[in-house]
Write a protein that binds this ligand. Sequence first.
Ligand code: 5GP
Length: 193
Amino acid sequence: MSKPGRLLILSGPSGVGKSTVRDRVMEQSPVPLKLSVSATTRAPREGEQNGVDYHFLTPEAFEELRRQDAFIECKQVYGRNVWYGTLRGEVEEELRRGRWVMLEIDVDGTADVVRQYPDAVTVFILPPSLEELEKRLRGRGTESDEAIERRLARAAYEIEKSKFYKYPIVNDVLEKTVAEFCDIILRTSGESE
Ligand code: 5GP
C-alpha cells in the first residue's frame, strides 16, 4: 500500500517571518511538499499573482464556492469582512495520491482542519517575545500605528492559541527554525511508514 499523504499546517502571527520560513521549508523539506493556494476576497498586494499567492475572488464568487461546500474551512481572519479559505480542490486529491500538502492558515482555520484531519502536523512559529514582534512590525515601516496595534492584539490572541499546536518553534535564528521544521517533517514521515 502506498504511504498516506499528510497535511502540514503552518501558523504564526503577522511579523514573525512566516513566509520566509515557509519558502525555505518548501525548498529544503526532506519530503516533497505542495503548497495549498488559498482563496481570498482581499485585494492583491503589489507583486502578488492570482493562482500563485492566492486565488483572488469577488465576495460573490467566494460565497458561491462556500455554498457548494468547496472549502475545508473558511474564516474572516481580521474580522473585517475579508474572507480566506482552504479549497478542497487544492488538498484532497493530493492527499489521496500520498503527497504532503502545506497549509498556511490562521489559528481558527487550523482548529476546523484538525477536526477533519486529526493527523495533520501542526507547526506554530513564535516570536522570541512580544516586544521583539513589535520591533519587527515597526521596523517594516509599512503600517500605521493603529494597524500595528491591531496586529499586536491579534498576535496575542494567536500566541495564546499556539498551545493547541503540536510543534511550537521560536523563530530566533532563521536557519535554526528551518532546520527544526525540516526535522519535524522527517520524523513524522518516518512515523507513517
Ligand atoms: P495575508 O492577508 O497577510 O496574506 O494573510 C492574513 C492571514 O490569513 C494570515 O495569518 C494567513 O495565515 C491567514 N490565511 C491565509 N489563507 C488562509 C486560509 O485559507 N484560511 C485561513 N483560516 N486563514 C488563512
